[in-house]
Design a protein around this ligand. Structure first.
Ligand SMILES: [Fe+2]
Length: 213
């Protein structure tokens, strides 16, 4: 049974929900641990996590909601549990925060082919649509059912992903690249990208710098 955020911490936030702070800390640790494998992520991660040391108000209208695809979460967590440190810790922090998330399909995808609408969901964590209202940073997550394709898209903010459960990523209309739990993936502004889940559900966290976008 999801916990209503408004019941847990009230309409005006004086301190960050502990599960959210733990998730932010674990995500920063995972990004920093793998930063040397993709150095372009480091300055972006530094900017994002240093901004997040400044607390913003909780969104009083935020209400938890799950989607049918969330039945794949436990499988995704088990993929992350076998990854190198500190990815299992990040997955545990994600699982503790997950009951607070508002999962929904990408808007406007009702008529996408191959069951996309029913077989994926996104949830914003901080920034637009998330638990904490702010316009400088947006962090969220995508869950894609096994074998499901997540169509190509782009957006103005620079972003990086941290993979929690494996899948394949496409960048700039190049070939799909298999990524494992803990791997990073980076997108410059407006670059086209897409995802493809394999045998296991794909679960990833995306972190965007939205202030200048
Ligand atoms: Fe993206």
């Amino acid at each position: 049974m999801p916990i209503q955020i408004s019941d847990a911490i009230g309409a005006v936030m004086t301190e960050r929900l502990q599960q959210l702070q733990d998730f932010i800390d674990a995500t920063e640790a995972a990004a920093k641990a793998r930063g040397p494998t993709l150095p372009i992520v480091t300055p972006l991660a530094d900017k994002i996590f240093s901004a997040l040391s400044d607390l913003h108000d909780h969104d009083p209208d935020h209400a938890p909601q799950r989607q049918p695809v969330c039945e794949h979460l436990e499988n995704a967590y088990s993929q992350a549990s076998g990854a190198p440190d500190p990815v299992p810790e990040m997955a545990k922090a994600f699982a503790a925060l997950e009951p607070y998330l508002n999962w929904s399909p990408k808007p406007g995808t009702e008529n996408e082919p191959n069951g996309f609408f029913q077989n994926h969901a996104n949830a914003s964590i901080v920034g637009v649509g998330g638990l904490e209202v702010r316009d400088d940073v947006r962090i969220g997550t995508s869950l894609v059912a096994p074998h499901q394709y997540y169509p190509r898209h782009n957006h103005p903010p620079e972003e990086f992903y941290i993979v929690l459960s494996p899948g394949a990523w496409m960048h700039e209309d190049g070939p799909f690249q298999e990524l494992q739990a803990g791997d990073l993936f980076h997108n410059t502004p407006y670059v086209w990208h897409a995802m493809q889940a394999g045998e296991t559900p794909l679960l990833a966290v995306w972190c965007l710098w939205t202030k200048d976008a």
